[in-house]
Design a binder for this molecule. Structure first.
Ligand code: SF4
Ligand code: SF4
Ligand code: FES
Length: 231
C-alpha cells in the first residue's frame, strides 16, 4: 500500500512536507493503525498518538484522505491510495500527526463537565427515571477525540473564542442531566456570540464523529433551551 504522510519536526527546524511510504500489509493488519505501527518500525521518527486501539481512548484522531477519523477503527481495505494522512486540521501541530490539544481541553474544562448539585445528598443516590436517564444517551459516549472540532470551519477561524462542537456537546450533557442544578448558570455562560453562536450549523461535526454522535443536535438543543430561558 502507498501512503503519503505529513511530516514536521520543529526540533529539526525543517518545513512541513509530505513523505511517501510503501508497505505490504501482513496477515492481521486490518486497521490503519496496524499499518502505522508497522511503518513506525521501519522509520521510528514517524510520530503519532495511540493507546487503546479500539476506538475508546480517542488519541489517534487524524485526517485520513481528507476526513477526520480514528486510525484504529478505519479498515485498511477500501482506503483510496495513496492514503493521505495529515494532523487534525485547525490544531497547532507539535510533530507529524501529533497536535496540541491544550486549547481543546481548556474549552472542555470551561463548560464544567461534572455534575453540580447544591442540594444535600440523599442517603443512597440521586435517582433518575428511565426517561431522564435516556436524555443522556448520545452525549455520554463522547471520547473527546477532537474529530468534530477539527472538522468545523467555525472552530478553525476562532479556536480561542468558539468552544467548538466537542465542548458544546459536553456542556449540553450536563444541561440535560436532571440531577444537575446549575442549568441557569450553564446557559448564561454559553449565551455568547462566540462561545456558542459562532456555530453556523454546517454540521461537519456530526458527519465525522466516529462514535456516531451529533454535536450539532446538542448545539441546537442548547439554543432552544436559551430561547425558552429568555422568554
Ligand atoms: S463528539 Fe464525537 S467527534 Fe467530537 S470529540 Fe466526541 S467522540 Fe470525538
Ligand atoms: S454545526 Fe456548528 S459546530 Fe458543527 S461543524 Fe457546523 S459550525 Fe461547527
Ligand atoms: S487508539 Fe484509542 S481510539 Fe484509537
Amino acid at each position: 500500500m502507498r501512503f503519503s504522510i505529513y511530516r514536521y519536526d520543529p526540533g529539526r527546524g525543517g518545513k512541513p512536507a509530505m513523505q511517501d511510504y510503501e508497505l505490504a500489509p501482513e496477515h492481521g493488519d486490518r486497521m490503519l493503525l496496524d499499518a502505522l505501527v508497522r511503518l513506525k518500525a521501519l522509520d521510528d521518527s514517524l510520530s503519532f498518538r495511540r493507546s487503546c486501539r479500539e476506538g475508546v481512548c480517542g488519541s489517534d484522531a487524524m485526517n485520513i484522505n481528507g476526513r477526520n477519523g480514528l486510525a484504529c477503527i478505519t479498515p485498511l481495505t477500501g482506503l483510496k491510495e495513496p492514503v493521505v494522512l495529515r494532523p487534525l486540521p485547525g490544531f497547532p501541530v507539535i510533530r507529524d500527526l501529533i497536535v496540541d490539544m491544550e486549547q481543546f481541553f481548556a474549552h472542555y474544562h470551561a463548560v464544567k463537565p461534572y455534575l453540580i448539585n447544591d442540594e444535600p445528598p440523599p442517603e443512597r443516590e440521586r435517582r433518575q427515571s428511565p426517561e431522564q436517564r435516556a436524555e443522556l444517551d448520545g452525549l455520554w459516549e463522547c471520547i473527546l477525540c477532537g474529530c468534530c472540532s477539527g472538522f468545523c470551519p467555525s472552530y478553525w477561524w476562532n479556536p480561542d473564542k468558539f468552544l467548538g462542537p466537542a465542548a458544546l456537546l459536553q456542556g449540553y450533557r450536563f444541561i440535560a442531566d436532571s440531577r444537575d442544578t446549575a442549568t441557569a448558570a450553564r446557559l448564561e455562560f454559553l449565551d455568547d456570540v462566540y462561545r456558542l453562536y459562532r456555530c453556523r450549523s454546517i454540521m461537519n461535526c456530526t458527519e465525522v464523529c466516529p462514535k456516531g454522535l451529533s454535536p450539532s443536535r446538542a448545539i441546537e438543543k442548547i439554543r432552544l433551551k436559551l430561547l425558552r430561558h429568555s422568554l
